[in-house]
Design a protein around this ligand. Structure first.
Ligand SMILES: Cc1cc2nc3c(=O)[nH]c(=O)nc-3n(C[C@H](O)[C@H](O)[C@H](O)COP(=O)(O)OP(=O)(O)OC[C@H]3O[C@@H](n4cnc5c(N)ncnc54)[C@H](O)[C@@H]3O)c2cc1C
Length: 432
């Protein structure tokens, strides 16, 4: 982590050039922490996990301080693809194979609770975030992918008792997206939203509930004793409990948990507003294809194609992010060749070895991270679950904590080179 300047923190990935920053609703800015402060709970991280924890704790009567190193929503929560994908990152059949039917059902239920929570919060706090519950399409690239999707629909419908997923033929998929696919899985409870406006809305709700929020206030040291002490460059917070919600940007603040996740940079563009938006995606679904390094895309409220594609396993972003993503856009939609790209930015996705989140506690510290590219819905819920655990209700917390994804081989120091080799292999397989 570089500086704790409000605008400098995590700016290497050009958040300021993002479509979301350009269309952010007016929101309060928050001061830097200056001096010493005490609270029941200190939260590190102003993304959806941290803000949700802070909001739910304040609603339950705790005094809460939230420290954000950059600006609210400057991490993945304010720059992601905005796809709302019901369920866990692992498919339903994989959940069943890995955890058995009963636990798989329990995990899937939690994920559905997560979706309901998010929809409720948006309604309850009147968060204006372009929420569209128009569906999510997993689009099959290879014939073999159709077999997997058929198995998934069957498992969702029968084992999970989830009637909202259906298998689409190539022709039916073409009615959803004007690009040739083998077919797809349409989940009617999916959709998309404006993640930064959602995150800013959560911050306003948290502030209204009494949370003291500080931006430009990177937590640089954590001391555990009878109480937890979190230090920033300008001050410190002494609290009974801490929630660590820094995800891919947390660095080595707590090395014991850092080695369980691996940050992978992913790049996103938004085109100019398109006259033919409704021809490309007639029913406004969000689409992700079945490649290992997937293409994911959807329309924005003002008719732009917002498209994520391409990962890089080197620490340095491409010099020109728009040119880096353009071939992926034009590969899916050749009809958009030469389209103007108005916004290009990147973000860090935190993945775990098992692609299931790493959630847990160490004394008075609770943490959650590593949603592996599917945290837009789960992060808000997990923040609430951490607070429930702090207040003595462990039901959902334990189900998530029991997932225990292992640390990456080599820990925080060596995880990158080893994992990069693995990722490159899968990316190569995509190409052949
Ligand atoms: C490019 C991209 C596309 C994605 N697309 C999707 C998608 O379409 N659908 C989906 O479901 N998921 C998607 N994801 C994943 C999803 O965005 C994340 O899982 C989720 O936002 C994580 O939320 P969080 O609050 O845990 O972390 P973040 O939103 O990253 O928040 C962590 C915050 O903590 C702050 N922080 C870190 N360390 C410190 C410290 N020491 N002191 C103070 N503050 C600190 C950071 O500045 C940051 O603001 C995507 C992610 C990326 C990067």
């Amino acid at each position: 982590m570089a500086s704790d300047q409000r605008r400098g923190f995590n700016d290497g990935l050009a958040m300021a050039n993002s479509y979301y920053a350009a269309t952010a609703r007016p929101a309060p800015s928050f001061p830097k922490l200056d001096g010493s402060i005490e609270a029941d709970l200190v939260v590190v991280g102003g993304g959806a996990t941290g803000l949700s924890a802070a909001l739910h704790a304040a609603e339950r009567g705790l005094s809460v301080v939230l420290l954000e190193g950059g600006r609210i929503g400057w991490g993945a929560s304010g720059r992601n693809g905005g796809h709302l994908i019901p369920g866990m990152r692992l498919s339903a059949p994989t959940l069943v194979k890995t955890f058995g039917v009963e636990r798989a059902r329990e995990l899937f239920e939690l994920a559905l609770e997560a979706r309901s929570l998010m929809v409720d919060l948006i309604a309850r706090h009147g968060i204006d975030c372009d929420l569209k519950l128009t569906g999510h399409l997993s689009a099959a690239v290879k014939p073999a992918d159709m077999r997997d999707l058929a198995e998934e629909v069957e498992c969702l419908n029968t084992v999970m008792g989830y009637p909202h997923a259906e298998l689409l033929s190539a022709e039916e998929a073409r009615r959803e997206v004007d690009s040739p696919y083998e077919g797809g899985l349409l989940d009617r409870l999916g959709g998309h939203f404006h993640p930064l406006n959602y995150t800013l809305g959560l911050a306003t709700a948290a502030q209204d509930a009494g949370v003291q929020i500080f931006e430009g206030s990177t937590a640089i040291a954590l001391e555990k004793g009878a109480r937890v002490l979190v230090r920033t460059a300008g001050g410190q917070v002494l609290a009974r409990h801490a929630v660590l919600a820094g995800d891919a940007l947390m660095g080595r603040l707590e090395p014991k948990i850092a080695g369980h996740i691996m940050p992978v940079a992913n790049y996103v563009v938004a085109t100019e507003p398109l006259a033919n938006a409704r021809e490309l995606i007639p029913h406004d679904v969000a689409v992700a294809d079945t490649r290992f390094v997937l293409n994911y895309y959807r329309m924005t409220a003002d008719g732009r194609l917002l498209f994520g594609g391409g990962e890089r396993y080197t620490p340095n972003p491409p010099r020109d992010m728009a040119s880096f993503v353009r071939p992926y856009v034009e590969g899916v939609f050749p009809q958009l060749r030469g389209v103007r790209i108005d916004h290009a930015w990147g973000g860090l996705v935190s993945i775990t070895m098992t692609r299931m989140p790493h959630v847990g506690r160490d004394g008075s510290i609770h943490f959650a991270h590593g949603y592996s590219g599917q945290g837009a819905i789960l992060s808000t819920y997990t923040g609430k679950v951490l607070v429930q655990a702090i207040l003595g209700d462990d039901r959902a917390f334990q189900a998530l904590a029991d997932l225990r994804p292992p640390a990456f081989p080599g820990g925080a120091a060596l995880r990158a080179p080893l994992h990069v080799l693995g990722m490159l292999w899968y990316a190569f397989r995509d190409r052949i």
